[in-house]
Design a protein around this ligand. Structure first.
Ligand code: FA5
Ligand code: MG
Length: 429
């Protein structure tokens, strides 16, 4: 149960420590200038740089990669699975990660002196704008669209520790649901009121104006929804535990942890939405739950991906394992070699009047190249007016044991060329 006191962006316990760290970092940041002179261009906008700017060219270069929208990335498959599971909820995408302080902090009742506002923890574009540090930054936008149940997926940015499970750019999914007096979940239990009429006291288990029995129902609704969702995503009855937590925008609050590889891994934060937050959005009669899930954490467990950095790789040995999959496919990631790939293309005219089967070529390549072949696929094909057919194949060579030299791969590649020319009568282009 000590877990909630580990370093967490919203935990008050780390406030003092971070205040010291923040001062140190911001001085350093000023000195280095972070690589931007007068303004910084992000997506379609220019932002003036000021004393608050602490975004780096490296982080800015990752904006717009939109991994969760890219076929072939496991985060895309996971996002599709989420959309599918929450098909009755509105789905929102906010492509631009730059948000104002009101969205990221004020609308969520995050106090002015809260640790998460410090330059040590958040990427400031300038004094008025940040790169959103969580998808909760869009709760208010979705509520203004009059949505009562929504899911929103986005890239988020944090000056966080970096290890196997933490990255400074990662993805979250916000889920949010409102209930009112007449919601079937309450009516079916004989309850037709959400709010206390007297004894307005906030306790550890409820806000001042909420009825305890209603909070208990909403808590159980949220937890059952999420547990079923996680079980469905992970294809098994994996051990889970709810740990009480603190967030300025929910009360009571919890985090969900999943037991995986002998470790409890935190995957989401959640809670009963602060009533004041709803009132500020013009909603007076409802009660609701909200949660924010870390997509990488869930995908790492779902596909057995050992390191969070892999989501950013362009290595086709990684991407090809997810490329043609459907969101419901059970894929177990096979670790790729740490040695570099060598990529060779081969183009030829097919022999005329002969039935050509790509799979025969793939087998031939594997036969000759053995374990050095990581992938082979057709990347271009066309037919001339005269009916001559051309194919280009890309062959990716890589060894698990050692770094391959160009010369040694060339020998294998020439063997493949010779075989198809001599035996299958293709003409090299
Ligand atoms: C939040 O971000 C809250 N906005 C969640 C929330 C939403 C609470 C709605 C209540 C209501 P937290 O900082 O714990 O909470 O992050 C949520 C999840 O994001 C974590 O459980 C984890 O799965 C993931 N996460 C957090 N930091 C990182 C990181 N640096 N790298 C990868 N994943 C991370
Ligand atoms: Mg947390």
């Amino acid at each position: 149960m000590l877990n909630q006191f580990k370093r967490k962006i919203w935990s008050q316990k780390t406030c003092v420590l971070n205040a010291i760290k923040g001062h140190h970092l911001s001085t350093k940041a000023k000195e280095s200038g972070f690589g931007f002179k007068e303004s910084v261009h992000i997506l379609d906008n220019n932002y003036a740089v000021d004393d608050w700017t602490n975004i780096t060219p490296k982080v800015v270069s990752l904006i717009g990669r939109n991994l969760y929208l890219k076929k072939g990335n496991p985060l895309y498959l996971l996002s599709e699975a989420i959309r599918h599971y929450f098909k009755d909820y509105d789905f929102f995408v906010f492509a631009d990660p730059v948000v104002d302080l009101k969205s990221n902090f004020d609308s969520l009742l995050i106090p002015k002196d809260h640790v998460s506002r410090q330059k040590s923890d958040t990427y400031y574009v300038n004094k008025d704008y940040v790169l959103r540090s969580h998808t909760s930054a869009h709760q208010n936008h979705c509520l203004h669209k009059k949505s009562t149940a929504f899911v929103c997926i986005a890239d988020v940015y944090r000056r966080d520790e970096i290890d196997r499970r933490h990255h400074s750019v990662f993805h979250q999914c916000e889920a949010f649901r409102l209930y009112h007096n007449n919601s079937p979940q309450l009516i079916s239990r004989g309850i037709n009121h959400v709010f206390e009429s007297h004894k307005l006291v906030r306790t550890d288990s409820k806000q001042e104006n909420h009825c305890q029995e209603v909070v208990d129902i909403i808590e159980s609704e949220m937890k059952t929804t999420i547990e079923a969702f996680v079980r469905n995503l992970l294809w098994e009855d994996i051990p889970m535990r709810w740990v009480s937590a603190y967030f300025p925008f929910t009360h009571p609050s919890w985090e969900l942890e999943i037991y995986h590889n002998n470790d409890w891994i935190e995957i989401l934060g959640s809670g009963i939405v602060e009533h004041k937050l709803l009132q500020n959005a013009g909603i007076n009669d409802n009660i609701g739950w909200a949660l924010g899930i870390g997509l990488e954490r869930l995908a790492m467990i779902r596909y057995q991906i050992p390191d969070i950095r892999l989501f950013w790789t362009n290595d086709s040995g990684f991407l090809s394992q997810f490329e043609s999959a459907c969101h419901s496919d059970k894929i177990v990631y096979k670790p790729i070699s740490s040695h570099p790939q060598l990529i060779f293309d081969i183009s030829f005219w097919l022999p005329q009047q002969v039935f050509w089967c790509c799979n025969d070529f793939y087998d031939l390549v594997r036969n000759i190249g053995g374990d050095l072949i990581e992938q082979v696929k057709v990347i271009d094909e066309y037919t001339t007016k005269e009916g001559k057919k051309s194919h280009t194949y890309r062959i990716v060579y890589r060894s698990h044991e050692r770094m391959l030299s160009k010369d040694e791969v060339n020998v294998v590649h020439k063997q493949i060329e010779r075989y198809v020319t001599d035996e299958w009568k293709v003409a090299m282009r």
